[in-house]
Ligand binder design. Structure first.
Ligand SMILES: *Cc1c(COP(=O)(O)O)cnc(C)c1O
Length: 221
């Protein structure tokens, strides 16, 4: 079942777009099934859960943290995390830098933008991001590398609205790229699109889709 879902989703996702299998709350056996189907990128939203799965599963998996991050949890994933999608405050970025520095790593991060209409979704505004990218203190962060942006569209049937929000995130990405990262090839990711809207996200320029329930089935929580 899981392997067929992956195959089917893969057929809609161009090769150059990364498929992050969002395995939050799912048992190890489900991840193993996806792994056996060739999946190597997994997304988790709780640090402890991700650490536990990392310890039990093969080491060629790329672990993506997609959840809301608390400062006191950062250190546990710094040794192995491949990409942190949800950087939504200056404080969290400082904390990631501090912990990464301790073990002499550079950790890849995406800046999370608030693009949806709902107030409940986390994320930064473009003004907030400009303020911290302009700050002298930002240039001193040697142990984080900003690789792009991430966002979640509104949870609505209105496809036009969703497309508009994704297009907005792409525009934000292009403006940041031009103003701050023009000579940095690593700034290339637009993480957008989930089970219900990944096709629309790809049409709007997503480079990375985060798909959970369409692969693993609906979650109880
Ligand atoms: C849970 C989650 C997903 C996956 O959601 P599905 O609708 O199950 O595909 C993607 N991104 C984030 C940030 C999530 O929290």
């Amino acid at each position: 079942m899981i392997s067929e879902n992956i195959k089917s989703i893969r057929s809609h996702v161009p090769e150059q777009v990364s498929l992050v299998a969002v395995s939050k709350y799912k048992p190890i056996s489900a991840l193993e099934e996806a792994y056996d189907a060739g999946q190597r990128m997994f997304g988790e939203s709780k640090v402890q859960e991700m650490v536990g799965k990392y310890e039990q599963l093969p080491k060629d998996i790329a672990w993506h943290f997609i959840g809301h991050l608390q400062s006191n949890k950062v250190k546990y994933m710094i040794p192995f995390v491949s990409l942190i999608h949800g950087v939504d405050s200056w404080k969290i970025l400082l904390q990631i830098n501090k912990e990464a520095k301790k073990i002499n790593r550079v950790v890849d991060c995406l800046l999370q933008f608030h693009i949806a209409q709902e107030e409940t979704k986390f994320g930064l505004s473009e003004e907030e991001v400009q303020a911290f990218l302009n700050a002298e203190a930002f240039k001193e962060l040697q142990n984080v590398r900003i690789c792009g942006v991430m966002g979640m569209a509104s949870n609505t049937e209105d496809e036009q609205q969703v497309c508009h929000e994704f297009a907005n995130l792409k525009d934000i990405f292009l403006r940041l790229q031009q103003s701050y990262f023009s000579n940095q090839l690593a700034f290339k990711e637009i993480s957008m699109g989930m089970s219900g809207d990944y096709k629309l996200a790809i049409e709007q320029g997503s480079t990375m889709v985060r798909v959970g329930s369409a692969i693993f089935g609906v979650r109880e929580n």
